[in-house]
Design a protein around this ligand. Sequence first.
Ligand code: APR
Ligand code: PHB
Length: 394
Amino acid sequence: MGGIPKRTQVVIVGAGPSGLLLGALLHRHGIDTVLLEQRSPDYVLGRIRAGVLEQVAVDLLDEAGVSRRLHAEGLPHGGFDLCFDGQRHRIDLHRLTGKRVTVYGQTEVTRDLMAARAEAGLPTVYEAEQVSIHDFDTDRPRVCFSHQGQAHEIACDFIAGCDGFHGVCRASVPTAALHIFEKVYPFGWLGLLADVPPVSHELIYANHERGFALCSMRSATRSRYYVQVGLEQQVENWSDDDFWAELKRRLPPETAAQVTTGPSIEKSIAPLRSFVAEPMRFGRLMLAGDAAHIVPPTGAKGLNLAAGDVGLLSRVLAEFYRGSAAGIDSYSERCLKRVWKAERFSWWFTSLMHRFPDHGAFGQRMQHAELEYIVSSEAAQTAIAENYVGLPLG
Ligand code: APR
Ligand code: PHB
């Protein structure tokens, strides 16, 4: 890239899906941005994350002009299976809600957004070190960082904190101004990615006495599987064979028999957490995506919430530059409404599907009774389906 600008309208911290999509949407509104990312592009693309897009995310990628490959390669899914007691029960998303979701990896979304940003020649600084944010309680915020040994400062109108859960932006807000709501679950997900055809053409969420399992995919030839593991587990201690054996134990025998195994491309353990920081705006600093909230992955909401945040943020910033600050003032409240709905669903679905070490026999019976109720009740299935396919941006 050319020189790093000394002034821009919006500095975006973090080039995950939130920061990149925000940059693309603001570009469509004619708003200038500089994007600062502490890692390299390869590192960012090496992270394997979720893979289910709600319509709201697809619409925003359309709006950003970066959905060509998504439409060509994304897989529309009109349902998924809930599995327990060795039986699969289909939740018919499309019949119950009229909507589908699209299976397309977050890594691919990120790749498409990166390519579009590079093609548009928009300023992006990878491997930006020691990013610090200043004066966001005034009309003239500043962002400082170093790059290739040189110190830089960018003056801006707004700072978008899209720097994920461990980022610097939320950490720069005085603690007294933040309310944190958090729940850490007593287990994690061990995930495996492999170039093998998926066991089923739709996702399978399985509740099993040995723990939760999920059969997902990235394409007709690439599968993503997960098994619930204890927090003490280390990925190094799981061979591919161990993983496949454990996955199969948690699926009905007919399904297990159809699993195609193969060498892993990636294998990692992710902890499960519910987290919300309120509010999402502090003067001229707006948080978006994982910087503001985390959901456990069971509901497939993380990326969709992030998309919703930056969709709203791009609109309120566009309104600001057209002369109205009202949207800026309502940003946090509007986001948090969606966020808490998704937090509730993700927490509930996680509670329904996992083995909890502290649940006891009564807790397990309640979980089972709830699963039985769901598969016998159209209303319960409709509620799940509506939450799973998500809400329009509004
Ligand atoms: N300076 C610059 N960049 C930073 C800093 C920092 N101090 N700290 C973190 N970052 C970068 C990270 O390297 C990362 O690339 O910010 C980016 C944040 O990206 P994500 O963690 O992917 O968060 P977000 O873009 O909000 O994406 C949300 O990711 O975890 C999933 O489920 C979540 O799907 C959802 C999506
Ligand atoms: C995934 O494919 O990685 C995936 C799918 C659905 C989820 C979580 C993860 O709920």
